[in-house]
Unconditional design. Sequence first.
Lengths: 500, 330
Amino acid sequence: MRPTARHLRIVVQAAVLVGFLVLVWLLAEPRVRGEAASVLLAVDPLTAIGTALADWTVPRWAWIGFVILALTAVTGRFFCGWICPLGTLQQLVSRIASPRRRLLLERNRYRRWFAIKYVVLAVLLASAALGLMHIGWLDPISLLHRTMASAVRPLWHGGLSPGGWVSFALVAAILLLSAWMPRLFCRAVCPLGALLGLFARLAPIGIRRDAAACNECKLCLIPCQGADEPLGEHRVSECHLCLNCLYSCPENGLGFGVRAQPAAGAKEPSLDVGRRRFLLATVATIAITPVLRVSGGGLSASTADAIRPPGALDEGAFLARCITCGACVAACPTGALLPDLGHTGVDGLFTPVLVPRRGWCEPSCTRCGEVCPTGAIAAVTAKAKQAINGPAEVTIGTAFVDRGRCLPWAMDTPCIVCEEMCPTSPKAVWLETVHAVKRDGSEVRLQRPHVEPELCTGCGLCENRCPVGEKAAIRVSSVGESRDPRNRLLQRPGAVTSPA
Amino acid sequence: MPNHERHEIESLYGRIGRREFLRLWGRPGIAALALGAVGAALAGRAGRHRPAAPAQVSAPPDWRVRAEPILAASNGQGPSVNVRRVIAELGGIERFVGKGESVLIKPNCGWDRLPEQAANTDPELVAELVRMCLAAGASRVIVADNTCQDPARCFRRSGIGPAAKEAGARIVHQGTSDSASLDLGGTVLGVWPVLKALAEADRVINVPVVKQHSLAVATLGMKNWLGVLLGSRARLHQRIHQSVAELGAALRPTLTVIDATRILTGGGPTGGSLALVRKADAIAISTDPVAADAWGAEQLRLGPMALPYLAIAERLGLGTSNWRSILRQA
């Protein structure tokens, strides 16, 4: 068999998919530089446009995404057919599940409701412009990356979480739907596909049809990925450039090259959205977005159990930049970071929170900031987050002793584990020695823990190791985090006071 | 059923023959019966709990060699020379490690700290012990600890990981080791999961670093055994002195090597600030774990009576806290 461009496409798809999976594992490998391990997240122009709208910044290496966007304006949605790993997985599933050929003829026709993805794009971009970054929910790169990081990787390394489960369920649903209709998600939902589709309409190069050769046999519909109707009015905005049609045409009537321009007076097939519907979706989003920001988007104080990774920007900027890719979740060596579900409101869905009962923030570790592609978690130095010989520059919260649960406080039982574990120097947890009289009249020497808030970094090692089960007797909450002047505990001399 | 009704039904649906009945109801009937049988078999089991297969529990091996109680110490030469001189004074490593035996070295590698911060055993000392064991013909040497922080980071930044690997040892920690259940006996311990490598070793060398500890007063050799335990070892702190002494009774090392190259005088067991570290450049090795800990306490300017667990250990007959009586200065 002669190697064709189609074979090349399959090789590229397989390589990207494998690379994607390998890199998720390398996020936690300290010998690989953090920014290299998250490089594939940079191929996504949609998240870059999202952060640009929300925060006027673009992710690291976003130029790769913009190059892909520019190439799309030249030659169409090659990203969807050749690169996107979620597309590859769907293609794989639909090939294995393979509906009968006669059915595929029907399934691979264009449908008007495929235009929903343009509405999805409008909604996501409009809300991003208002500072509400939900693009990562449905962006295929973020979604799949988050699923791999927080649902698949934990099968080996532990750390399954509800947020990871929901992401996994979404991907599973997308793959199952693709067994019914090939690439249903790409065709009808994907906001990245919609963005690329808009640019593809400009493309001079694409699938070229020799109308004279076509005898309407429809064989090209059977392997078609985009449902872009190569045999009729070819919809270039839907075409994934998988090139399957080229090799299915018995008359050799399809080729790849400079497209025939629409005849004078005729236009490209419409997007089936209509300007009014587009406008309505955008306006409705703008109206609804403020309501969706139930946690206040960081404009009010942070929530107690929303402990953010060290170096995270203040909540407003953090939510504007976080694309919920889950890179930090996979990179955390103690498994402390989880994609959030429920602690930080709708606007914080899938953003990383630190759960001390799962793990703690290792004082010498700065990996989450190194892998973060958007700078939602700024890179900090290990020195800045270690409180050695004095308070730390970067703190993520403060530990509080629950005197009703603490063994020496409430049960007259010796225990000093929180103090023993405390990694600051001097220790933020200190012990007060008391001689208490127990119920039976015997005297017991107890060392009762106190927290020096000035020294506490909120790392959570004390909470992680507290022997009082399920709900620890010393717990970290976000107050005192250095990133947010409104969530401060102590009035530090020279500190910037709350602007509000 | 009155006749006219039966006729009515038959006229509506036709008369169902036996064959027809079986064809219609045979398969669903079998399925229903099978489901019912499964249900009947499982009925009443809901509240019954099937206990997990009991783990293989064994008594901890005795790693001691036949040797008189003896303690030797050396100082001022740097960890490598100190340890070589002390071992020579004890009669050479060959007395303690035989050809083909597997050796487990248990340093204190619990913390994500640099060697200068004295929270962990000196890496050079660990590496030198590894080299000596291998030179004596040990089949393999394992350096093991269940660290308190991220194990990869603890082994890397303490310097113990790279140094031990270069010397030819294998690193084992909670992330890479299976667990084995040991019956540690005693009044507070009982059955505990431990690093499996410990249960499998022929000889065990305990290599703690001398540190202040807010509850145990000082953490030395017998306290260092907490680092081979898996499971909820944080509960042992409720009766720490009894627990430490009973750990000493259950786990009998070939040698206890007390590392006083650097001493953490406060803020233990984690330390951090270099102001808490005192350089003593001393090492003692003993076949008697109680004497070894008493020597270690002396480095913190503490008499043996300052450590309640030493008194308990002495009562349990584990050794003598009068280390001077068995001392040989190397």
